[in-house]
Design a protein around this ligand. Structure first.
Ligand SMILES: [Zn+2]
Length: 374
């Protein structure tokens, strides 16, 4: 999922994303609640209509942002009081209020509100946050059911008495997703027993449409992340998508898919693209380096994106060095395309039945060259 935190994938138009084959994008409830406000998005017909994106959207609940961006947090069982990172205004998030925000935004998949802790937290703090997240999950679910019931009542009230008459008007707010899938989030830091307990306890609550795996790639060693993924993957039911939250470097995608992950998001392709970092099958390179000054090759010879189809490294380097906006846009196009096509190749390999050898070869090639990177 390309990341459109504020209902825009930075430097890209929704048409670019459609052309590149993006099937789902991510937006963020914390950010959109603060600006422009979820009520405004709702009044404009929901996120799909507001940002003109007619494919699935997932909203993150803002748990991560409340604990990483906002200031002066007070956490209690009811929720979290914090100060907006924009204007310092005091806010209070509860599992219920966040579900109402996500309902206003109208994404197809909504993440539960969770208690996020730093990656290296000790076991008692990780346990406390994980268990609280599960209690908050129950409250999220109850609120979503309540909101669904309200929506059904409103729909029934507005439905014409004669059902054969104006059927197309019988669905109120058609632009807002009629049903939202609530995804729980498996927490537990880097403590295998906590991850296993959380996954087992969440999976036993009900038949969820999918699962988030949160609190990884936040400063821990890669090996610790892979170990946690192995554990979560084993404990979660098969046949439901697993979403590894906030993780999306090329090598993480391949390693995650090896461990059963289906969904990823990461700001890296656009954020790093804006710093001049280019993803290639031979690792990352920085386009600002002098060696590219007269390089006539595309960013990546294997890539079919519209930047690689037309422009040389020398030209894109020139754009970066001259602070031309087009440079940022071209690298964002390329990097997002790179990850989408990597995921497509992985899916094809899975279908062919040779994902194991495909992924080994891919990682070998990528890692062999990575030290020249950035
Ligand atoms: Zn490209």
């Amino acid at each position: 999922m390309p990341v459109g935190t504020l209902a825009a994938v930075k430097a890209l138009d929704p048409d670019d994303l459609t052309q590149m084959g993006a099937t789902m994008i991510l937006a963020n409830a914390y950010h959109l609640h603060l600006r422009p406000g979820d009520e405004i998005v709702h009044a404009m017909g929901g996120l799909h209509s507001f940002m003109r994106w007619n494919r699935p959207i997932l909203t993150d609940s803002g748990g991560f942002q409340v604990f990483s961006l906002a200031r002066l947090r007070t956490i209690n069982e009811d929720g979290v009081e914090f100060q907006s990172h924009i204007d310092g205004s005091k806010r209070f998030f509860t599992p219920e209020s966040v579900m109402r925000i996500e309902r206003n935004l109208g994404a197809d998949v909504i993440m539960q509100f969770d208690h996020v802790i730093p990656g290296q937290s000790d076991e008692p703090s990780a346990r406390d946050a994980s268990e609280r997240s599960i209690r908050w999950l129950e409250r999220c679910l109850a609120e979503v059911k309540q909101l669904d019931a309200q929506d059904r009542a409103t729909a029934a009230m507005h439905a014409p008495a004669d059902h054969t008459a104006t059927r197309q008007h019988s669905k109120p707010n058609r632009l807002i997703a009629p049903r939202q899938a609530l995804f729980p989030i498996v927490q537990g830091g880097i403590h295998g027993n906590l991850r296993r307990e959380a996954a087992t306890s969440i999976a036993s609550m009900r038949d969820w449409a999918g699962f988030g795996i949160g609190g990884l790639s936040v400063g821990e060693e890669k090996e610790a992340m892979y170990a946690m993924l192995d554990i979560a993957s084993e404990a979660l039911p098969a046949g439901r998508p697993r979403y590894l939250m906030g993780v999306g470097f090329p090598e993480d995608l391949v390693e995650g898919i090896r461990r059963g992950v289906d969904l990823f998001d990461c700001v890296a392709p656009t954020r790093m693209g804006r710093n001049g970092t280019v993803f290639t099958p031979e690792g990352r390179l920085n386009i600002k380096r002098t060696e590219f000054r007269t390089d006539p090759r595309p960013l990546d010879a294997d890539c079919e994106c519209s930047a690689c189809a037309r422009f040389t490294r020398a030209y894109i380097r020139h754009l970066f060095v001259s602070d031309e906006i087009l440079g940022l846009r071209l690298l964002s196009l390329h990097n997002v395309h790179f990850l989408l096509s990597l995921a497509r190749s992985a899916r094809q390999a899975i279908k062919r039945g040779d994902f194991d050898s495909w992924s080994r070869d891919w990682l070998l090639r990528y890692r062999a060259a990575t030290p020249i990177a950035v």
